[in-house]
Design a protein around this ligand. Structure first.
Ligand code: SF4
Length: 212
């Protein structure tokens, strides 16, 4: 169920993020995408997590990572000292695309957003970089990782810390695999060890220490 708690802005920056999310929630720029637009808490965080796109359940639930993949993801973060409630209040939750792309017509799982949709939705992300000036980006899954890191495979990205230095974004980047139940990568070696390495890097990051 969508949260009925009213979010009270704590700073001017929060108010600008609330305004930003109000604009974002009314977006319907991609004809194939299925609304509603899913956003997280409008928190002025120095950490951003970037998912791929909401799944079919998130529309009813009204928040990102609200279903089974989220259970796994929040178990990972709990293991390094931040539970789901705290995470949702302290980390800015974004995605490559903010609407449900629909089911994959050719197989299992959800349709992967196309290049045009990714480029269109990136405008919202760029605005968030500007508002939040994040110190740590956590991309989750191959599509999100590929927006920041030039790595062909998960083994080339997960378990390492990267530096993003572009005109619009200067931040550290620590990728995670997608916690989808369809993936076995993080339960088998080398994924199992690389996931633990990535979580250790996040746990040691100064931005994470600020929210613990
Ligand atoms: S995916 Fe992004 S750009 Fe496309 S309609 Fe949804 S919010 Fe707008």
């Amino acid at each position: 169920m969508p949260s009925t708690q009213r979010y009270v802005p704590r700073t001017d920056t929060d108010q600008s993020i609330i305004n930003h999310q109000a604009d974002l929630k009314s977006c319907s720029r991609c004809p194939e995408m299925i609304q509603p637009v899913i956003t997280g808490t409008p928190v002025a965080s120095s950490i951003m997590i970037i998912g791929q796109a909401p799944g079919i359940r998130e529309g009813d639930i009204g928040r990102p990572f609200g279903w089974t993949a989220g259970k796994t993801l929040f178990k990972w973060f709990s293991s390094i000292g931040v539970d789901e409630a705290q995470f949702r209040e302290q980390v800015y939750m974004a995605a490559v695309c903010r609407c449900f792309p629909g089911k994959n017509p050719k197989g299992s799982g959800d349709r992967v957003p196309d290049k045009q949709e990714i480029a269109t939705c990136k405008q919202w992300l760029e605005k968030e970089y500007q508002l939040l000036q994040p110190k740590l980006i956590i991309p989750v899954g191959k599509l999100a990782i590929s927006q920041y890191i030039n790595a062909k495979k998960l083994v080339d990205a997960v378990g390492q810390q990267f530096v993003i230095d572009t005109p619009n974004l200067q931040a550290d980047c620590i990728p995670l695999p997608h916690p989808s139940g369809l993936s076995t990568w993080f339960n088998m070696e080398p994924g199992k060890t690389l996931l633990q390495d990535a979580l250790r890097l996040i746990d040691n990051h100064s931005a994470w220490k600020e929210i613990k």
